[in-house]
Design a binder for this molecule. Sequence first.
Ligand code: PLP
Length: 452
Amino acid sequence: MRDLLADTAERAARHLTSLPDRRVAPAPDAVRALAHLDEPFPDHSTDPSDVVATLDALVTPATIGIPGPRFFGFVAGGALPAALAANWLAGAWDQNTVYATVTPGVVKLEAVALRWLLEIFGLPSTCGAAFVTGATVANFSALAAARHVVLERAGWNVEADGLYGAPPITVVVGAEVHPSVTKSLGMLGLGRSRVVTIPVDDQGRMRPDRLPTLDGPAIVCTQVGNVNTGASDAVREICERVRDSGAWVHVDGAFGLWARAAPAHAHLVEGVQLADSWATDAHKWLNVPFDSGLAFVRDGEALRSAMAVAAEYLPPTGPVRNPGEYTPELSRRARGAEVWAALKQLGREGLADLVERNCRLATRFAEGLAAAGHEILNDVVLNQVLVSFGPPEVTNRVIADLQADGTCWCGGTVWQGRTAMRISVSCWMTDEADVDRSLAVMLRLAERHGGP
Ligand SMILES: *Cc1c(COP(=O)(O)O)cnc(C)c1O
């Protein structure tokens, strides 16, 4: 075991240190070589060291450089050193992080991380929280608590009786709601399409003046950090407008909520603390390994009511928080260890610096592209940049060539009818030189394809 783990650590370190110089997208040959994995299920066993050697030989070259400094696709941070190391150690601990009495160490880490997170986001210390796989499941968990409360107020127990015959719930979303919220509404029986969709402004922000008059059970889904523009809904105004109706306000802040941690950007999400529930990711801006998301619910008992189960063979609820009483999963890994480690490594200053630096580098991209005559479609307020290189086919060709070139990686999007390349700066490792090196390739490819 010792030799195997040492050998694995050596291989992992070799991979990580190669990232700054390695191509970001895997080479086509490396992807083709994955066919060697298509063997029948073996009859005989294989030595563990050969298993790891096979993984490293075939899969390492076929990975995309998400943990490296020039991956600007989606919103994906790399793994901070302490977070990756905590992930390894937690893998060795192999703790089922459900009950405080059974796995006290990792439960403690989750509790401390939770206390720090509530302080970072300025949320009430009474919040219930779920450490889950990502913002999708965080949205699902928080909206399950919302469903519980708005129906309980109408005299209905949704966990016991389901939605058959229940009072209807009005669900309000903005026109640029993230598909993970829509999917969560579907999984909760609230309907992906059975929603009131209100218009957004030219940055994708929900227009509070277009909120309907709400009456009876209602949930309003807001967003901070639009996945295209980085813009945030006016959560304060939305909360104030619907307060008298008793509607539940949820915030999808998968990456945007982290603006709260950065003094120069906190004003963008001012007012989020007035909502009833929040979803965010740790594997995006906090730079912990996948998969790690967080749900917070002001009324912690509501989340517990939606998620807790009891059985004779399971330990009873005690005075210490049992993480598994707040999550859809029963068995779950110790992802709080990585969140704790990342926060411990960064501290308040390091976290603020990470967010500010990424935002500064996004602005550097936008300025460099605009100076060369390319159109920036969004107000670059956070870490997201949308750039058009001209007609859709030109922009798409630049994106395809950029991905094939390997210097960096960006994806495409169609936003408010415009085809654009999306640049998302989210990794702790990215610096000015990475931006300039990537910009140079973008500008060269854009010129080759005829723009601007
Ligand atoms: C990324 C994202 C999600 C989904 O998060 P996952 O971690 O992929 O589940 C939800 N909402 C927004 C705004 C996002 O950016």
